[in-house]
Design a protein around this ligand. Structure first.
Ligand SMILES: C[S@@+](CC[C@H](N)C(=O)[O-])C[C@H]1O[C@@H](n2cnc3c(N)ncnc32)[C@H](O)[C@@H]1O
Ligand code: SF4
Ligand code: SF4
Length: 332
């Protein structure tokens, strides 16, 4: 693997128990800790671990007005809620809409604006506007180091193009005094497990933060190696912390309900807080350990086992001097 812009590095890992399969600190909240907004359900890839290609609900893009309604409420009730501009789909397929959403959310002084992207559409015209958009964090889902592995996981993507896009974005960010944190994500799975260390080293040497996470089953649709004995069952972090809004306003019960067949309502008609309250009985059952009272999907879905992701920071560059986060909850 060519390494022409490498930099000496040491790894600065998060606490050793940060990747544990169980959680501390999950608690009932009056408003979601994390909100996932589906900018678009369309995607240009069909990744091996993702359910997007098999979605049964119609795909579309989120009207700006719907986004505004939601973030206005976040600003009023909980400006520190993490807003993630993704659920299904690839947000950079809608660059103008995305930048407009970010500008608006920033104008409301929301404190945590986050983006997941596959990096395929991060062309020259988008780099500077995104760096200046007020985003706090960008997570690029890459998952493979060699072309062979990348193309087994990120089906339809061009490995070299994505690497060039993300490396350019990262280099420009590292040259600026401010801007979003940049993470490069590796979802551990059968197809790429052999490349984990090399992938981590490659991106650390370029100054990125590594986010290594386990593979979800998306409510039981995909195979996953997640395995925790039933006696160690804990509350599902997705249902306790996170709320999603699909492009058409549908609010699914949890991220395992990707088709919204167990939806609790629609934000065109009701507020986020009303819909969050409607899900309270499920959260209470989760937090009280009354797992036999949960909806049927929770009996077979193993996504509660996912654990927190592992963050590995480089020891040089803009992202090196942060303390290891004391996180105890899974992140989107
Ligand atoms: C559905 S994607 C949408 C955003 C964008 N298209 C991307 O790939 O980053 C949202 C996040 O879920 C991650 N993801 C997809 N399938 C996963 C799985 N089976 N387990 C864990 N994370 C997954 C993606 O890598 C991304 O970080
Ligand atoms: S790029 Fe993102 S949304 Fe698209 S298939 Fe891959 S993980 Fe799913
Ligand atoms: S365990 Fe239940 S609440 Fe958690 S993601 Fe799966 S279906 Fe949803």
């Amino acid at each position: 693997m060519p390494n022409d812009c490498s930099h000496p590095f040491e790894k600065s890992a998060t606490a050793p128990d940060a990747y544990a399969p169980v959680y501390d600190g999950l608690q009932e909240r009056p408003f979601p800790r994390q909100l996932g907004m589906e900018v678009t359900a369309f995607c240009n890839l069909h990744c091996a671990m993702c359910h997007n290609a098999t979605l049964k609900r119609p795909k579309g893009r989120m009207p700006f007005e719907l986004f505004r309604r939601c973030v206005d409420e976040v600003a009023e009730l909980s400006p520190s809620t993490e807003v993630w501009l993704s659920f299904n789909g690839e947000p950079l397929l809608e660059p103008e809409l995305l930048l407009r959403m970010l500008a608006y959310a920033k104008s409301l002084r929301l404190t945590s604006l986050n983006l997941n992207s596959n990096g395929t559409r991060l062309d020259d015209t988008l780099v500077e506007p995104l760096l200046a958009s007020g985003l706090d964090l960008v997570v690029f889902g890459i998952d493979g180091l060699t072309s062979e592995t990348y193309s087994r996981v990120r089906l339809g993507g061009d490995r070299d193009c994505v690497y060039a896009n993300v490396e350019r974005f990262l280099a420009l960010r590292l040259a600026c005094a401010t801007g979003p944190e940049i993470m490069v994500q590796f979802i551990e799975m059968e197809e790429n497990a052999h490349e984990r260390e090399a992938f981590v080293d490659y991106w650390l040497s370029r100054g990125a933060i590594l986010k290594v996470r386990r593979k979800l089953s998306w409510g039981g649709r995909m195979n996953t190696a997640l395995a925790v004995p039933p006696e160690r069952r804990t509350a599902c972090p997705w249902s306790v912390n996170l709320m999603h809004v699909c492009w058409d306003g549908t609010v699914p019960r949890c991220c395992g309900d990707t088709d919204g067949t167990e939806a609790v309502g629609n934000v065109w008609h009701e507020s986020l807080s009303t819909l969050w309250r409607r899900m309270a009985p499920n959260r209470a059952a989760q937090l009280d350990g009354r797992f036999d009272q949960l909806p049927a999907r929770c009996a077979t879905c193993r996504d509660w086992m996912v654990g927190v992701s592992e963050k590995i920071r480089p020891t040089w560059g803009a992202f090196s001097d942060q303390p290891a986060p004391a996180e105890s909850v899974a992140e989107w």
